[in-house]
Design a protein around this ligand. Structure first.
Ligand SMILES: NC(=O)c1ccc[n+]([C@@H]2O[C@H](COP(=O)([O-])OP(=O)(O)OC[C@H]3O[C@@H](n4cnc5c(N)ncnc54)[C@H](OP(=O)(O)O)[C@@H]3O)[C@@H](O)[C@H]2O)c1
Length: 211
């Protein structure tokens, strides 16, 4: 199966639903023992076990709280990637758990632990409610992607498929900025009364002649 989604909460369901609605089969797992995938997903979203997703999917999206993702990839799952793609959508700074110390990011820790995977940090700067991207007045919503080159290609493809404009943010160390940026977006969203409906749009802000 092409895409596997770990986490059937707001983010995982939004991505699974959007891909499933195109007719492509998506494997979905809630990651918490005993709970099934979210209700109301299209038929193309198939309930899978953790093991089926880790071993059978070309691309796996981590859409669980950061500590849960970290616990998963620190185990055997982190060593079974065979060079497949792991997309980390987590935001340690926004989780209820203890934030990470300065100078390190969740994306880097995930990449270090999931050493058998190509890891990309992506989808952490977009709101679940904004998946798929359907920007007002046709304004494209940019989706920064950082990480290993091979994984970035897969993350770019998934982002485009969901209507986003992927932008290259560099290597996995850029997860530090992407995770901080997600916190900043949440703060601006709160102070601006946007209720999470906030997104990044990348465009030239200075006329060509000024460059
Ligand atoms: N929501 C957003 O707009 C958004 C945007 C960008 C990034 N993210 C990131 O995406 C990730 C998921 O966020 P979310 O909003 O989708 O969260 P959520 O709605 O709370 O869903 C979390 C998912 O993780 C599972 N889970 C929770 N605790 C678990 C545990 N101890 N063991 C195993 N599985 C567990 C939940 O399982 P159950 O269904 O059994 O509870 C659920 O499927 C987070 O890292 C978040 O920072 C979210």
């Amino acid at each position: 199966m092409n895409l596997g989604v770990l986490g059937a909460g707001r983010m995982g369901s939004a991505v699974a639903r959007a891909v499933g609605e195109t007719g492509e089969t998506v494997a979905v797992c809630s990651a918490r023992p005993g709970s099934g995938p979210a209700r109301g997903l299209p038929a193309a979203c198939v309930a899978a076990t953790l093991d089926e997703i880790w071993r059978g999917c070309h691309t796996v999206l981590l859409a669980v709280p950061f500590p849960v993702a970290m616990a998963l990839v620190t185990g055997p799952a982190g060593r079974c990637g065979d060079g497949r793609t792991l997309i980390d959508a987590t935001n340690p700074g926004l989780c209820r758990d203890r934030p990470l110390p300065p100078g390190i990011s969740g994306g880097e820790l995930i990449a270090e632990a999931a050493s058998a995977w190509h890891v990309a940090k992506a989808f952490n700067t977009v709101a679940a409610d904004g998946v798929p991207a359907d920007g007002p007045l046709g304004v494209p919503v940019s989706l920064p992607v950082a990480g290993a080159p091979h994984a970035k290609l897969d993350a770019f493809a998934l982002a485009r498929r969901l209507g986003f404009e992927p932008v290259d943010a560099g290597d996995i160390q850029a997860s530090r900025e992407l995770e901080s940026f997600a916190v900043l977006l949440a703060r601006i969203s709160a102070t601006s009364g946007l209720h999470g409906g906030i997104g990044l749009s990348t465009h030239r802000a200075v006329p060509d002649a000024v460059r």
